[in-house]
Design a protein around this ligand. Structure first.
Ligand SMILES: NC(=O)c1ccc[n+]([C@@H]2O[C@H](COP(=O)([O-])OP(=O)(O)OC[C@H]3O[C@@H](n4cnc5c(N)ncnc54)[C@H](OP(=O)(O)O)[C@@H]3O)[C@@H](O)[C@H]2O)c1
Length: 341
């Protein structure tokens, strides 16, 4: 029998996870919940996802707009084996008591603190620890991207220290109220929260990060510098390792891919849904080793890189699959995560 998944919060992340769940053959969407009857609520109904209203008093607002509502959040919880909470940062922590009281498993997103579940997840790093768990947090888009490339490098060559700069998008494409519009805005807290967040997934890594926001909406960008333990490591070794790592893809100037704009164009040309780039693109030419220090650049499609991780977390927590590699392969095959070039 398929695992029954409820999605609380059907925005940027929630709608992508709902579509990804519906592409898997071992899980199904039993409903999604919203607080306002807007275009995203209409999308849920158009996709055939049963619609629930997170705030009971507002059910009549949905019905007044001709939207069929099945019930409130408690009703959605009753229907679900697992809830994927995709509400705005901070709301998930408030919902956690409700999930625990109802005895439903719950996944939270990176806008919540590690303490919301006391376990932070990345498929490559700690899938086995998620097996059968009741509460899990899938880390943010930036932390997911850092874990995807740092973990295999650490495993094969050893890492003394990571220093990384996050060049962050000002807002998502739909966020017309975010900025900066014409400025570069450094995060004055040094190191930024991203390094400690990586350590919630890979505790024994030494990492410091800094962060700036720039006027772009399509992707984040990371400039990464690693002091390697293995002094004989060559750039070709790193290239091979990253080529063999799931959900990491090497891009190159040789193909004319010189910016995040061209990566998004690749995704459009590959007919990816919503131009999603689930994998982390790393520029081949940027992989350089000088005096035992590795440098590379990677891009992050903030709206979609966490989606496959959420699918794997559902599979591990509900004991659908014990083997991480099998889950990763199944998720990616069903998403049609094929090379874009
Ligand atoms: N966007 C990203 O780049 C990104 C990347 C990785 C992780 N995340 C994390 O993912 C989570 C969701 O972010 P998002 O970008 O998807 O946000 P979003 O686009 O604003 O979507 C949030 C959704 O939650 C609904 N909502 C608001 N309050 C709610 C409540 N009390 N109960 C139920 N639903 C509620 C909103 O719908 P209504 O209009 O109905 O209120 C909306 O559908 C956050 O933790 C965020 O940090 C975001």
């Amino acid at each position: 029998m398929n695992c029954k998944v409820g999605i609380n919060g059907f925005g940027t992340i929630g709608k992508r996870i709902a579509d990804a769940v519906s592409l898997q053959n071992d899980m199904e969407i039993v409903g999604v919940s919203k607080t306002s009857p807007n275009y995203e609520s209409k999308l849920a109904l158009d996709r055939g996802y049963p619609l629930y209203c997170a705030i009971p008093d507002r059910i009549s607002e949905f019905r007044d707009k001709g939207m069929d509502v099945e019930g409130d959040l408690n009703d959605l919880i009753d229907e679900s084996d697992i809830i994927v909470d995709c509400t705005p940062g901070g709301v998930g922590a408030k919902n956690s008591e409700l999930y625990k009281k109802a005895g439903v498993k719950a996944i939270y997103q990176g806008g919540e603190d590690h303490q919301v579940a006391d376990f932070s997840f990345n498929s490559l790093v700690n899938y086995e620890e998620a097996y059968g768990r009741d509460q899990t947090r899938v880390v943010s888009c930036n932390t997911t991207a850092l874990c995807r490339t740092l973990y295999p490098i650490k495993k094969q060559y050893g890492i003394n220290k990571v220093r990384a700069t996050m060049i962050r998008r000002g807002g998502d494409p739909k966020q017309d109220n975010r900025g900066p519009i014409n400025a570069i805005k450094p995060k004055m807290k040094v190191p930024s929260h991203h390094g400690p967040d990586v350590m919630t997934v890979i505790p024994d890594i030494e990492i410091d990060t800094t962060a700036v926001k720039v006027p772009t909406t399509i992707m984040h960008f990371h400039s990464i510098n690693i002091e390697l333990k293995n002094k004989n490591t060559k750039p070709e070794d790193i290239i091979k390792t990253l080529e063999e790592t799931p959900r990491v893809t090497l891009v190159t100037e040789e193909h004319g891919i010189e910016s995040t704009a061209q990566i998004i164009e690749l995704a459009r040309d590959a007919n990816r849904p919503r131009n999603d780039v689930w994998e982390i693109p790393v520029w081949k030419e940027s992989i350089v080793i000088k005096n035992n220090e590795l440098y590379y650049f990677q891009a992050v499609h903030q709206e979609s890189d966490v989606v496959p991780e959420n699918i794997d977390a559902i599979r591990a927590m509900t004991k659908l699959e014990k083997n991480p590699t099998k889950s990763i392969q199944k998720t990616d095959k069903n998403l049609q995560l094929n090379p874009m070039i």
